[in-house]
Ligand binder design. Structure first.
Ligand SMILES: [Zn+2]
Length: 492
């Protein structure tokens, strides 16, 4: 359904610092790139917040009827310590410390990342490209930038010439940093003497003998600079210009600033129409840090295996909690806040379940159409999930009034009400009704028990009882099927 024709979506663009009407380059299609994780450690809760927001954004675009190509990369090479141009590769360092292959590190933490996202009910992106899978394309882009006069080679390494770019370009357009300040503030570290200017950044680095992750290139055996992969992979899969580019706000500078400079140099075009950045996540009002113990892994929230939390919480409660804050606000994560969310989540789920069995009345005394539009209005206003949730709680109130027969809805309105609330709760916010999952597990157990009793009845030649079990299950919409492996069932 092409709902986008009726809804006017506005997006806060970090580039222009204002909300703009969203108009994709090609009508009905959206190209979206989100910077993915560097897979050298367990998935970080702060990153999960970012990816969860973009998951909801992706879900909403799909709900509006857009055909979306969502690209989220995996950084498996080139990302050095401190996001710098000097120092050890994060993955290679982990491999050295653990005495395993770098690709074992990559595999281990890619699996962990996917596992976390699956637990939290993320939709997979359309393409998940890796840096190491695009070395050839990265070398090609460097050649292109050199040929255009915006990069230079020194001792086997290639650097982007920021001052040259800035003659006609605008380095700092996204982050608001001024080139004069950058020159002033960039420290000259040992080994950076290769650069003409300290604000230049690496496109290719020559690998020293200890650096194990290396590839041949026209300049040296080495590895690509961290910023390059995103320009290369976004261009390859989404084109020289695409609609949405997202990431955490810590990536604005230098990472996204460098992406713009690289891509614009190659194509001469503004690469991205809407830049979107999520704010940071605090844990108990403080920055999360392993060193201080103020730290939790996303999967530990589900198991409760961390002293920071009083008990485990379900993935759906965590999603609900995340969506109660606007993505551009700081989110403060804590056990108490999760407990409060858990209560709200349970109320919402109870109401949603009741709506499935609510009975229609002769007239409608509640304006379902206006309420439905208010849900769209919330999401159309730069994906304002806290406002959407407050609208869902308006619906909870109404559902309770239906229960008490204070409000009635015609069957037509009831169907729309049910459909809309289900769409926003499950399809858009990606919440899960765990109580229904739990109760369906119990029902399955009961059916298995009846199958066992029926088998015993047949063995005792009590066919009256075995037929009765079968027929009464059929009457409830449960079909039994006898096969060589035993009896299975299906629920209609
Ligand atoms: Zn990136």
């Amino acid at each position: 359904m092409e709902r986008y024709r009726e809804q006017q979506l506005k997006i806060y663009n970090s580039l222009t610092k204002q909300k703009e009407v969203f108009k994709p380059i090609t009508e009905g299609y959206v190209g979206m790139y989100v910077c993915g994780p560097t897979v050298y450690s367990n998935a970080h809760l702060g990153n999960v917040r970012t990816f969860m927001f973009f998951d909801v954004l992706y879900r909403y675009l799909l709900h509006l009827g857009y055909k979306v190509r969502y690209v989220r990369n995996i950084t498996d090479a080139g990302h050095l310590e401190n996001d710098a141009d000097e120092g050890e590769d994060r993955i290679a360092k982990k491999a050295r410390l653990e005495q395993i292959e770098p690709m074992e590190v990559v595999q281990m933490y890619t699996v962990d990342f996917h596992n976390v996202l699956k637990n939290y009910n993320f939709l997979p992106p359309s393409i998940e490209p890796t840096a190491t899978g695009h070395i050839v394309e990265q070398i090609e882009m460097i050649k292109d930038i050199i040929s255009k006069g915006f990069a230079y080679e020194v001792n086997g390494s290639v650097y982007f010439d920021v001052l040259e770019y800035n003659k006609n370009g605008n380095y700092g357009i996204l982050s608001g940093r001024k080139i004069e300040d950058l020159i002033h503030n960039t420290r000259t570290l040992d080994g950076q003497s290769d650069k003409k200017n300290p604000q230049d950044f690496a496109l290719w680095k020559k690998a020293d003998e200890r650096h194990i992750m290396r590839w041949p290139s026209p300049w040296s055996d080495g590895f690509p600079g961290w910023h390059l992969e995103c320009s290369v992979m976004s261009t390859k899969y989404l084109g020289e210009q695409f609609d949405i580019h997202g990431g955490g706000m810590d990536l604005k500078f230098p990472h996204h600033e460098c992406e713009i400079a690289q891509s614009q140099t190659c194509s001469g075009l503004k690469p991205v129409n809407y830049w979107m950045h999520t704010n940071m996540l605090l844990l108990n009002s403080q920055k999360m840090a392993k060193s201080t113990g103020n730290f939790i892994l996303p999967n530990e929230i589900l198991t409760g295996e961390n002293p920071i939390l009083p008990k485990p919480f379900s993935a759906s409660v965590v999603r609900f909690f995340n969506m109660q804050a606007n993505y551009r606000s700081i989110l403060d994560f804590s056990g108490e806040a999760l407990e409060a969310s858990e209560k709200g989540h349970a109320k919402l789920m109870e109401a949603v379940s009741y709506l499935n069995i609510a009975e229609a009345g002769k007239v409608s005394t509640f304006d379902v159409k206006a309420w439905t539009q208010s849900c769209y209005d919330a999401m159309n206003d730069d994906f304002n999930t806290p406002i959407l949730i407050s609208q869902l709680f308006e619906a909870v109130k109404v559902i309770n009034q239906i229960k008490e027969q204070k409000v009635s809805l015609t069957s037509e309105d009831l169907a729309v009400f049910n459909e809309t609330i289900n769409a926003f709760v499950f399809d858009v916010l990606g919440l899960m009704n765990e109580t229904s999952k739990e109760s369906s597990n119990k029902i399955n157990g009961v059916i298995e028990l009846l199958i066992k009793l029926r088998k015993e009845a047949r063995e005792n030649k009590d066919f009256a009882l075995s037929d009765q079990i079968r027929n009464e299950l059929v009457a409830l919409g449960i079909q039994l099927k006898d096969g060589r492996e035993g009896t299975t069932f299906s629920v209609n």
